[in-house]
Design a protein around this ligand. Structure first.
Ligand code: UD1
Length: 343
């Protein structure tokens, strides 16, 4: 065993893929999840892929007494990967307090318990949303932080500040903040993937649900942006590639590979792809046609953003290299698997 890692939100989309990667390289994993946006059956998928079943605690990380009991019942937790958070931009505008409570209280509780239980490092899931509409692309980590346009985005900015201030205060913990671009796709086994709650807000689950016939057609939000084909540009990163970065980041902290107690990395491919280009890749990779219609812009959308991942490539020795066509195929295979399950 390499060490014991607490994964909050470990049955969720990115969490479950990261648990698989942690188990595969020999970490012991404890998951806490309140199952608010995931299903307990995810544990079966993880077990089928890895042959191992992580310890699971059903609970809410905003309750520090639940977390304290977890730390006592599972002594020797070396690191934390914190995925437990609410993540829907639109919902955060409707329910700001829920977002601030879930996302900030969870982080504060975890940080508070780390010194108490001798936990050394925490990986935090941040987002390229902190860059807002960047002045130039690709975006490096030292690009200016722009005022948040949603409570969700604000929780990511505030969380980065909370971690920074805590570490500056001399707290005996390390942190690596990972700024994700657009995570997409599913595990190649099709045994785990993204399980959206209700009508998907994000592009890929909407595409796959349209492809399988759950949705009639995809609305493409805007074709009058200042981009070559007029649709928005994003950096779509394969979820397994993304998950692997967490393992490398954890190792870096636990093995003291850096003198810095806090580090920030962009996680992206470095390639900007437009919404229309992505639809095309999906159709070619799967052979399935996506009925779509151009509609008006979605309020709050960023025109174009893609990563300069050089810092993560050079310092973490990590690279997102799964071809986008393979990623689209994995998303499609996962959608077909869900259909077989009747979901
Ligand atoms: C958003 C957030 C990001 C958050 C992520 C996950 C911003 C700027 N970005 O990313 O921080 O981590 O959600 O919740 O707040 N699109 C369509 N039709 C659809 C759905 C999407 O055309 O049915 C387009 C969008 O207009 C956008 C692109 O697809 O241009 C990607 O959208 P989406 O998957 O929702 O991700 P982001 O908005 O980039």
């Amino acid at each position: 065993m390499k060490g014991k890692i607490l994964v909050t939100g470990g049955t969720g989309y990115i969490g479950s893929h990261t648990v698989v990667e942690l188990l595969s390289v020999g970490y012991d994993v404890v998951i806490i999840d309140n199952l608010s946006n995931s299903d307990i059956s995810v544990l079966d998928g993880i077990q089928k892929i890895t042959g191992k079943r992580p310890t699971f605690v059903e609970g809410d990380c905003t309750d520090i007494s639940i977390l304290r009991s977890l730390f006592k019942a599972n002594p020797g937790i070396n690191g934390i990967i914190n995925f437990a958070a609410s993540k829907a931009v639109g919902e955060s505008v409707e329910k700001p307090l829920m977002y601030y409570r879930n996302n900030l209280n969870t982080l504060i509780n975890l940080l508070e318990l780390m010194p108490e239980f001798g936990t050394k490092g925490i990986v935090f899931s941040s987002s390229c949303t902190v860059y807002g509409e960047p002045d130039t692309n690709p975006v490096t980590e030292d690009a200016p932080i722009k005022p948040a346009t949603s409570p969700y985005g604000n929780t990511k900015q505030i969380s980065e500040e909370i971690i920074t201030d805590f570490i500056k205060s001399g707290a005996p913990v390390k942190s690596i903040i990972l700024r994700y671009f657009n995570p997409v796709g599913a595990h190649p086994s099709a045994l785990i993937g993204e399980l959206p709650n209700g009508v998907p807000q994000n592009l890929i689950p909407y595409i796959t649900q349209t492809a399988i016939g759950i949705r009639k057609e995809l609305s493409v939000f805007g074709d009058d942006y200042n981009t070559p084909d007029g649709s928005c540009i994003r950096d779509f990163i394969n979820v397994v590639d993304l998950a692997k970065a967490h393992v490398v980041a954890m190792e870096r902290m636990l093995e003291d590979k850096s003198d810095d107690n806090i580090e920030i990395f962009n996680l992206g491919t470095g390639i900007g792809l437009s919404v229309l280009e992505l639809i095309d890749v999906f159709q070619k990779a799967t052979g399935v046609k996506i009925p779509y219609r151009i509609v008006g812009r979605r309020s709050g959308d960023i025109e174009k953003v893609w990563a300069n991942p050089a810092k993560a490539n050079n310092i973490l020795g990590w690279k997102a290299d799964t071809p986008i066509a393979d990623t689209m195929l994995s998303a499609w295979n996962w959608q077909k698997y869900l259909k077989d399950l009747g979901k």
